[in-house]
Design a protein around this ligand. Structure first.
Ligand SMILES: Nc1ncnc2c1ncn2[C@@H]1O[C@H](COP(=O)(O)OP(=O)(O)OP(=O)(O)O)[C@@H](O)[C@H]1O
Length: 239
């Protein structure tokens, strides 16, 4: 059973169709990435899974359960967490309050505290700074808050929408280090990224989108033998 499956999905914004008959199976126990040219529909694919854009036709399932056009909360309840592009950290709130938001579906205080502990284990600096406003933290630490918050619900899979977008080069390195840490922890992920070289270092499986269509899918290792795809979408220098 696939963890997430899109079948013949059409979607877009107003009159503008972005995804065409997109079918994609995301299997468990791997790190996936979606790459492709600007505007090819990578972020829209994550939004279609998470209920952030209307699916016009086709279906989305999580472990065979229909979630097409569900509210994000329902998708979250099925173990899928999406981290939006800007991380969505609330600067006026403390680190702990930000983490609390990630646990809004958890009523049991003990479970919640255990989840915070797990986050603090991964990012010890967040424990030291738990009562500080997130806005006072460095950029790298704010990213930890964003990742930490995404981990509080203990997701089965994380959808990361261009985690390195708009960051200074030193922070880009930090973000990939953190994504690598998530992988080492055994987190399943779907990562949309412009920074192809860096994401291919981490991902086990690659989807290539072009103009809203799936052009290629395969394990990262296989991709290196696909000279046409490499040349067209990745560039020789990334070999
Ligand atoms: N909220 C929106 N309203 C209207 N059009 C949108 C919206 N978001 C994206 N689009 C359009 O949909 C198309 C696909 O966008 P999407 O963000 O999915 O592409 P992408 O592959 O993630 O590209 P990029 O790497 O540039 O972010 C683009 O033409 C974009 O302009």
């Amino acid at each position: 059973m696939s963890l997430i499956e899109l079948t013949d999905v059409d979607t877009g914004y107003d009159e503008n169709q972005v995804l065409y008959d997109l079918s994609m199976r995301i299997e468990p126990d791997r790190v996936n990435c979606i790459i492709g040219p600007n505007g090819s529909g990578k972020s829209t694919t994550l939004k279609a899974i998470y209920g952030l854009v209307d699916v016009w036709d086709g279906s989305v399932t999580v472990r065979d359960e229909e979630v097409t056009n569900s509210h994000p909360r329902e998708v979250l309840e099925r173990g899928v967490v999406m981290l939006p592009q800007d991380g969505n950290v609330f600067p006026e709130m403390t680190v702990k309050e930000n983490l609390r938001i990630g646990g809004y579906l958890i009523d049991d205080q003990e479970v919640l505290e255990r989840r915070y502990e797990q986050v603090y284990e991964m990012f010890p600096v967040l424990e030291e700074r738990r009562d500080q406003r997130a806005g006072q933290l460095s950029g790298g630490q704010q990213m930890m808050v964003a990742f930490g918050r995404a981990l509080v619900p203990d997701p089965d899979i994380l959808l990361l929408d261009e985690p390195s977008a708009g960051l200074a080069p030193d922070l880009v390195a930090d973000v990939f280090e953190q994504v690598e840490m998530l992988k080492e922890r055994g987190e399943d992920m779907v990562i949309v990224e412009q920074n192809v070289r860096a994401v291919l270092e981490i991902a086990d499986h690659v989807y290539v989108l072009d103009q809203g269509r799936l052009e290629y899918e395969g394990d990262t290792e296989q991709l290196r033998d696909e000279s046409d795809i490499m040349e067209m979408y990745i560039g020789e220098r990334h070999r």
